[in-house]
Design a protein around this ligand. Structure first.
Ligand code: ATP
Ligand code: FE
Ligand code: MG
Length: 332
């Protein structure tokens, strides 16, 4: 089947054409990164306005690049949540309009299901699997025993991993988004500060990053007050090591406990070089297949939404004209 997918949950206006759930015919992403950079974060009203300006162009480009006509599309899919309500609405309304104008099914996709299914564009899933989702708004361990079935076994109790990167970057006066910049600096630094690791209760698969963020900010203030010299690279490396240590160790424990066949890493933070290396190393001697998406599928895109929608297409799970943006949509 041919699915035209749309994603507008945050600051990327994206459309893609996906064939058979796994083949990318086109994947167009118009990012607003440079626009929001000057504000140090995503400004919701500005995001909505740019989505409105871009959406039609992006959809047309996705069809053109795929060399597919509207008539050849079997279903329209869209991210219904979670995300910024005004941003989500632009995509939801576009998908609804197209589905009803062309009398084709409409599919609503959870953004995080999309991040997970980005991996299926590379390789087939094997169940049971565990997915570590690390993004700007989420840090979760999700257990799946079949397609389209999600069980959240652990999640952050405060900041998401990507959010912690962005906040620490802001404190270090680095540009937004902070993840890629800190990752880069960390490669040139050393873990000299040995910040705390938030293990929480024994056996808990939950995460916490706000304490770490505070430790970094306190250390920075202390260094500045004392007029001591320091390298931003070392602060970056120390912060990153603490994040990665906890992510990798908890993921490893959960994967072993649940005896999964595959481990999937998904979301914007899965682009992190340090994390990719550490997780590769930790799982290299294990009988668990590791899947980490290529960089262009880690951050927000519509190909992943089309991949997730394919499951719902085959299950006949369609939406009607009442589909609405749902900023707090839960997974599963
Ligand atoms: P969500 O998916 O939870 O709704 P989002 O869509 O905003 O949030 P993504 O687009 O998946 O999140 O990812 C963006 C986040 O990824 C940002 O917080 C960014 O700093 C982080 N990020 C991107 N590249 C890296 C990297 N190399 N290292 C660490 N973090 C990174
Ligand atoms: Fe995302
Ligand atoms: Mg984003």
């Amino acid at each position: 089947e041919m699915i035209l997918a749309i994603e507008t949950s945050c600051d990327e206006t994206a459309a893609a054409v996906i064939k058979g759930g796994t083949e990318i015919l086109s994947n167009v992403v118009a990012t607003q990164m440079e626009i929001h950079e000057q504000f140090g974060g995503v400004v919701p009203e500005i995001a909505s306005r740019h989505h409105i300006e871009q959406i039609t162009l992006v959809i047309e480009q996705a069809l053109n690049e795929a060399d597919v006509s509207m008539d050849e599309v079997d279903a329209f899919a869209v991210t219904e949540g979670p995300g910024l309500v005004g941003a989500l609405l632009i995509g939801v309304n576009a998908a609804k309009t197209l589905a009803f104008a062309h009398n084709k099914p409409l599919i609503g996709v959870h953004h995080i299901a999309g991040h997970i299914y980005a991996n299926r564009l590379e390789k087939e899933f094997q169940f049971p699997l565990l997915s570590l989702v690390v993004s700007g708004g989420h840090t979760e361990l999700i257990y799946m025993k079949e397609h389209g079935h999600y069980e959240v076994i652990g999640e952050t109790r405060d900041d998401a991993a990507g959010e912690a990167y962005d906040k620490v970057a802001k404190a270090l006066k680095l540009p937004y988004p902070g993840g890629p910049v800190i990752d880069q600096l960390a490669q040139e630094g050393e873990d000299v500060y040995n910040f705390p690791r938030a293990w929480l209760e024994k056996d808990s698969y939950d995460f916490s990053f706000s304490g770490l963020k505070t430790s970094v900010i306190n250390k920075l203030n202390q260094l500045n007050q004392k007029g001591e010299s320091y390298r931003t690279e070392d602060l970056a490396a120390s912060f990153q090591n603490s994040v990665i240590d906890v992510l990798v160790q908890k993921t490893y424990q959960a994967a072993k406990d649940l005896e999964v066949k595959q481990l999937i890493v998904a979301g914007g933070v899965s682009a992190n070089k340090g994390l990719r290396e550490a997780i590769n190393q930790k799982f290299q001697d294990e009988d668990i297949e590791l899947m980490i998406p290529p960089l262009y599928l880690c951050t927000d895109n519509a190909a992943m939404i089309g991949a997730a929608a394919s499951i719902e297409y085959h299950n006949g799970q369609f939406k009607d004209s009442k589909l609405n943006a749902n900023p707090g949509l839960m997974l599963g």
